[in-house]
Design a protein around this ligand. Structure first.
Ligand SMILES: NC(=O)NCCC(=O)O
Ligand SMILES: [Zn+2]
Ligand SMILES: [Zn+2]
Length: 512
């Protein structure tokens, strides 16, 4: 059985890590990388893979997926088995899925997600969403950190379901800071989106075009800036998921320029596509491209690609949330009911190679950083994941840069998708081999995966992004010595409160 972990020697490829590239061999034994060197003598019984002319890369890490997720009255079409199998065929060997609470209960949500993920066939971890603020939620966050969840997502949109308000977000940010867990935000102004939706419907705009019209880039930029500033004052790093617009990207850029620790995650669809199909007169085609924040007008994707190439944005996800045409048809008379989400878990590695490396924007090493290493570092699992080195998990792919192919439903390995936002897109460079924890799961066009063979990977808290954060927090609050009140006698305290110089100088301490 090809999928059993044995000894594999990959010979003569260009071995690429985020910080090096050389001609060499990679030896895999018992699910781990045993050696990476210019030349390795084949051990007896090793399976030899010829990688001459190809790149040998760390398996892709997709830090943002939604498998088997109940959402907008339906459930995402790919479950953990179909989604992960497709991911492996496309060169992604590990992903972090967004678990949702069950009726705001985090522990129940975690339990359900573990059951769903047990069907899977590759390594995975979870983020957990926080959809309400209570004492139980605060306590459950600590329980989940002990279970290996080191990131929590806050939705600033989806009013009436997942959305939290600023007060809840601030509490959540502060709790993340205490726990050493990374807060993540879906940044759109949900109240304003709801307001826009009402106005559009009143004007008889009921079709998919109402989706981008109700969610202009300004609303993404506003929420991104708001979340960044709140996180800055709380003194916690922030991860902005699916940065889709120039407006949001520039907020991330400005924050990083100020020295704030903010991560910006573009998704494959936002880097490669634009909103034009949403205006198609065919509802099924238009609805297939409905996602939130929406795909944008044509100038946004090139700007996001440049931001990614230059390091303003750090890593690429997919936000893989697939709904087939009959699910999307639920919104035929009201764009608010079209389930939001597009595919990408299988296509991401190819799309990013095409748009960044083939296009000449990024080197193969930079490609490894944005598709694998950065995610492993941010979520504190590096170098076990995200690197080709002795001792790392044997999640390895071979990419042949000479092969051209077309993406689409026919080429996909998910049986659940009947539309594909990359339909017909020609790309150069193909993942010809995927090794997942030492098992040859995708090779010579054959996918060999076993349902239930996936593994939950717990992620430790207080990752590298938390180093030095206390100093960041002090800087943000302009409190050089920490939150220490200015000593005053009681008479003077009254006059300071009434204004003047004294009142001004103690304002920061007064807040605390
Ligand atoms: N992005 C999207 O349209 N659907 C998935 C849920 C989310 O990430 O907001
Ligand atoms: Zn989102
Ligand atoms: Zn998402």
């Amino acid at each position: 059985n090809a999928s059993e972990a044995g000894t594999i020697l990959i010979q003569g490829g260009t071995v690429v890590n985020h910080d090096q590239q050389f001609e060499g061999d990679v030896l895999i034994q018992d699910g781990l990388i045993a050696e990476v060197a210019p030349r390795i003598e084949p051990p007896p019984g090793a399976r030899l893979l010829d990688a001459r002319g190809c790149y040998v890369l760390p398996g892709g890490i997709d830090p943002h997926t939604h498998l088997d997720m109940p959402f907008m009255g339906t459930v995402t079409a790919d479950d953990f088995y179909t989604g992960q199998a497709a991911a492996l065929a496309g060169g992604t060997t590990y992903h972090i899925d967004f678990a949702l609470p069950l009726l705001h209960d985090l522990l129940q949500g975690y339990r359900v997600w573990k059951e769903r993920a047990a069907r899977g066939c590759m390594d995975y971890s979870f983020h957990m969403a926080v959809t309400k603020w209570t004492h139980d939620v605060a306590a459950d966050m600590a329980t989940l950190v002990a279970e290996g969840i080191n990131s929590f997502k806050f939705f600033m949109a989806y009013k009436g379901s997942l959305q939290i308000n600023d007060e809840e977000l601030i509490e959540g940010l502060n709790r993340c800071k205490e726990l050493g867990a990374l807060p993540m935000v879906h940044a759109e102004n949900g109240d304003m989106v709801a307001w826009m939706q009402e106005r559009l419907l009143a004007a008889n705009v009921t079709g998919p075009e109402g989706h981008p019209l109700s969610r202009p880039p300004a609303l993404e930029g506003e929420a991104t800036g708001r979340a960044i500033r709140l996180a800055g004052v709380v003194g916690v790093p922030l991860y902005v998921v699916h940065v889709m617009s120039i407006d949001a990207m520039e907020e991330v850029a400005r924050a990083r320029q100020r020295g704030q620790r903010v991560i910006g995650e573009p998704v494959a669809s936002g880097l490669a596509l634009d909103e034009s199909p949403v205006w198609d007169s065919n509802f099924t085609r238009a609805a297939a491209f409905v996602m939130s924040p929406p795909l944008r007008s044509a100038e946004h994707a090139p700007a996001l690609r440049k931001a990614l190439a230059s390091g303003v944005l750090q890593l690429v996800a997919t936000d893989h949330a697939v709904f087939n045409s009959s699910q999307k048809a639920g919104g035929r008379r009201d764009f608010r009911r079209i389930p939001n989400g597009v595919n990408g878990i299988e296509e991401r590695m190819h799309v990013v190679w095409q748009e960044m490396v083939v296009a000449g924007l990024s080197t193969p090493s930079e490609y490894v950083r944005m598709t694998s290493t950065a995610a492993a570092q941010i979520f504190n699992i590096y170098p076990r994941k995200g690197r080709l080195a002795a001792g790392s998990d044997a999640d390895v792919i071979i990419l042949d840069p000479r092969v051209k192919h077309r993406l689409g439903v026919g080429a996909s390995h998910s049986p659940r998708m009947d539309t594909n936002v990359y339909e017909g897109k020609e790309v150069q460079g193909r993942v010809v081999t995927t090794i997942s924890r030492g098992r040859l799961v995708w090779h010579e066009g054959v996918l060999d995966v076993a349902e239930g063979s996936g593994r939950y990977v717990p992620l430790p808290a207080f990752g590298p992004l938390f180093e030095g954060m206390a100093e960041q927090a002090r800087r943000a609050m302009q409190l050089p010595y920490g939150p220490t009140p200015v000593p005053r006698d009681s008479e003077e305290a009254g006059s300071a409160a009434s204004g003047g110089e004294g009142g001004k100088s103690c304002s920061a301490a007064g807040v605390l």
